[in-house]
Design a protein around this ligand. Structure first.
Ligand SMILES: [Zn+2]
Length: 330
């Protein structure tokens, strides 16, 4: 434990007037923590950025005498280094996915219970269906269902939590997260059918996003992700879509995870990104210094990306990030 604490503490970057990127990232994290707290889901303020990695989230419970309120240190991994030029605002839609992990840890009981009952009902129905099978087939079906429960049963590193975090990011930052997700797939070129322990296959995440985006009114922004799913299906990688894969990633389970996630966002009172909000951000872009820390930043960057050259978008981002970093008090 002492060694873990030392490693985690050493990962917290120095925070001073010269560390502009750190100040900006701390400002954005704290603004979100405050906004979600005001909505009724208070979170710890011990959340810090960490650099030189992919987007990720790590946490460490700190020693405490109070069993009911164990303090935690949370680190959100940001790609790039501490240089302000490494900020890429559309990509920052991922921050809401990572903060989603902290939200689920603190307030995810409703989500866990809701999805748990659905996954158990699914497994029960599959077991009933296998009753007439031979003993050997029954055993095979049971072992696949055990594996399915291992992947999906709600918990900190369960597939359901990853889907929920993607949906939290979509709920909060709308089409900007769809773009950030596409950009990440372009960067990483992942095996779309890889059955990882802690993350569902990218095909499942993409399908969940398409489902959720349709339900949240972003039907016009899903074509690129749907095209990606279609292209994977006719690629050599698709040979990994065995019968077992299809059971483990059953579309009904994914749809249940999406429904539970959307309801969870509603239960938490998180402010949703919708068409009206996007219009409001368009208006803010016309006014000097109108943008403040919040999802409006990623939405504004996403809107400009579709209108301006790469160079002018970057120049706009640098100026904005620099100015906002300067407003963070130490
Ligand atoms: Zn995650």
């Amino acid at each position: 434990m002492a060694q873990d604490i030392e490693i985690m503490i050493a990962s917290v970057p120095e925070i001073g007037p010269e560390q502009k990127r750190v100040l900006f990232d701390v400002g954005l994290i704290q603004a979100t923590v405050d906004a979600w707290g005001a909505a009724g889901v208070p979170l710890s303020r011990m959340v810090f950025p960490n650099y030189g990695c992919e987007w990720n989230h790590k946490h460490l419970p700190l020693p405490s005498m109070d069993r009911k309120a164990v303090p935690r240190l949370d680190l959100i991994g940001f790609p790039g280094g501490e240089d302000l030029e490494d900020v890429s605002l559309v990509d920052y839609a991922w921050i809401y996915h990572e903060l989603g992990h902290i939200l689920l840890r603190a307030h995810g009981e409703w989500f866990c219970n809701h999805f748990d009952s659905q996954i158990n009902a699914f497994v029960k129905a599959q077991k009933l269906r296998a009753l007439a099978d031979s003993d050997l087939n029954k055993k095979r079906a049971e072992s696949v269902l055990d594996r399915l429960l291992g992947f999906w049963s709600p918990g900190e590193s369960a597939w359901s939590n990853e889907i929920a975090c993607d949906i939290i990011a979509l709920w909060t930052s709308g089409p900007a997260f769809l773009q950030a997700f596409l950009d990440t797939m372009d960067d990483r070129e992942p095996d779309p059918y890889y059955l990882g322990e802690s993350h569902p296959p990218y095909e499942v995440r993409a399908f969940a996003l398409v489902e959720a985006a349709e339900r949240l009114g972003w039907n016009g922004d899903i074509a690129n992700i749907q095209d990606r799913i279609d292209a994977w299906r006719i690629s050599p990688a698709a040979k990994a879509r065995t019968n077992e894969y299809v059971t483990l990633t059953d579309a009904d389970i994914v749809k249940s995870a999406v429904s539970s996630s959307i309801e969870f966002c509603r239960e938490c009172g998180l402010e949703a990104c919708d068409k009206d909000r996007l219009k409001a951000v368009e208006g803010l872009l016309q006014v000097d210094n109108a943008l403040d820390f919040g999802p409006e930043l990623v939405l504004a960057a996403w809107l400009l990306r579709g209108q301006d050259s790469v160079d002018s978008c970057q120049a706009w981002e640098r100026k904005l990030v620099q100015a906002l970093a300067g407003t963070v008090m130490l």
